[in-house]
Write a protein that binds this ligand. Structure first.
Ligand code: SF4
Ligand code: SF4
Length: 190
């Protein structure tokens, strides 16, 4: 996660190739202090202190598992079908504060506008044509057809198991939580 102490953390990290001579800016200032909100809120305990520093264990991170990871899921996705932004949602650096008035502006790019997604049953068996149509121009495409089916199926199964076990249900955004985080389409209920 990249945090700019003036703008928060809702960023895509990109790369620009240029021959221009650029002056590097200084290191970021402002630290976490005694805050532990992201550590406490992470549903899978993925933010860990190892080898003398805090880091995210990607193997436990729902974002990594539901987007980048290939093969069977290795964590309970807690209802998230694509990504998870819990650690960013709770981070004070993302709050508008008088002391930190410069916030990242919300994008107006149409590809990042909220979309309506099918329910989990449909997503779990979505065919290639429908997947292509639904995800064109969306970060959700990153998980691939098989990944989206896998994630939806896992949450569908969890909701069935939850209901059978006394209604524990599915946590997360709207019961199925497709979330594309920094893109501006966070928290889509499907
Ligand atoms: S994205 Fe979700 S699972 Fe990953 S570290 Fe943040 S809160 Fe934890
Ligand atoms: S929630 Fe934000 S400020 Fe708090 S510990 Fe996590 S990254 Fe630091």
């Amino acid at each position: 996660m990249l945090i700019d102490s003036r703008r928060g953390s809702w960023f895509f990290i990109g790369l620009l190739l240029t021959t221009a001579k650029l002056e590097p800016d200084g290191p970021s200032t402002g630290f976490c202090g005694s805050c532990t909100k992201c550590i406490d809120a992470c549903p899978t305990g993925a933010i860990v202190h190892e080898q003398g520093r805090w880091q995210i264990d990607a193997r436990r991170c729902i974002s990594y598992q539901t987007i980048e990871h290939k093969g069977p899921l290795e964590v309970d996705t807690h209802g998230w079908t694509f990504g998870c932004d819990v650690c960013q949602e709770v981070c004070p650096f993302n709050e508008t504060r008088e002391a930190q008035p410069v916030r990242a502006a919300q994008t107006v790019e149409s590809d990042f506008a909220p979309r309506t997604w099918p329910n989990l049953q449909e997503l779990a068996q979505i065919d290639e044509v429908r997947w292509d149509e639904l995800t064109r121009g969306s970060p959700v495409r990153r998980t691939g057809l098989e990944g989206l089916r896998r994630n939806a199926l896992a949450n569908l199964q969890a909701s069935v198991d939850g209901a059978a076990g006394g209604g524990a249900g599915v946590a997360g955004a709207g019961g199925s939580g497709v979330d594309a985080g920094a893109s501006g389409v966070a928290g889509l209920d499907v």
